[in-house]
Design a protein around this ligand. Sequence first.
Ligand code: CDT
Length: 333
Amino acid sequence: MSRKITVAGAQLGPIQKAEGRDEVVGRLVRLMEGAHRRGAEVVVFPELALTTFFPRWYEEDINNADHWYESALPSNATAPLFDAARRFNIGFHIGYGEIVHEPDEGGVQRKRHFNTAVYVHPTGEVVLKYRKVHLPGHRDFDPKRKVQHLEKRYFEVGNLGFPVVRAPVGQAGPVNIGMLICNDRRWPEAWRVLGLQQVELVMLGYNTPSTNQDAQGFEAHHLRVEHSHLSIRAGCYQNACFGVAVAKAGTEDGCELFGNSIIVNPQGQIMAEAVTWDDELIVADCDLEQCELGRNSIFNFAAHRRTEAYGRILEQTGSVAPDEWKPGDKPNG
Ligand code: CDT
């Protein structure tokens, strides 16, 4: 059986704070229809694709912010997306704010908020759910910032690990699917956990401001896109997988997010890239057989990984500077 699939990334232009879910879902359905017309079997929408990037808005009591989250998928507002998936026989990935009542790590049942993504089969069934692990930004209002980035206030750290599911996609039969969300793409540990499960297709959405407010010195505009692409290309190459990385882009509530969504192959090559910062489809044909080369040669993990040398990765969170070497010391201090 051929292991070829056609994938689409559906980049979104800005979603303003006042834009209702119905309007947004209409845009998503139009993009999904376009993806279907171009032969795609899967379409990937960005992180928090149903609303504006609400973590930029400070809210004293997070309980007043529940309207930004989804408590059910599908809901009345999102049902047209699920109906369209069935109509066009296309699977889709979407990121959203999730509100759920479930026990916390201490076993206490309570309301919880996550930055979540799901992959939905063309039947409308949710095949895979992932909750963002690497939450950037800060918890409290930061008066020094022009624009807040309150992901640590709005979301708990994801508690599902980095799952990979083997599920049918289009004509290709089962495909090993995994997900990352936005900032996760910068962390090689996250990619490697997916790679260790033989992931073949990584779907990821992002909302990335085009200026870095944390930069002490100047971080050139173009390097913001470069760092995003560098991370995704390296992740795909080092883990022998395809990646579909999709932005919400443009000027949203006065804040600029970059676009430049890409589809990447296991050689780390960009197969397609968005050219606008608006609603735009990118499409590529992916031969999943290409995952075999890296997986069976340079990145044959069973043959070449040396876990005995990686202890620090799990034992240590922050970096620690070494003692200074002085003349007369032994090698390595
Ligand atoms: N959404 C998200 O994760 N954005 C981050 C930028 C955060 S800037 C405080 C990213 O890594 O793209």
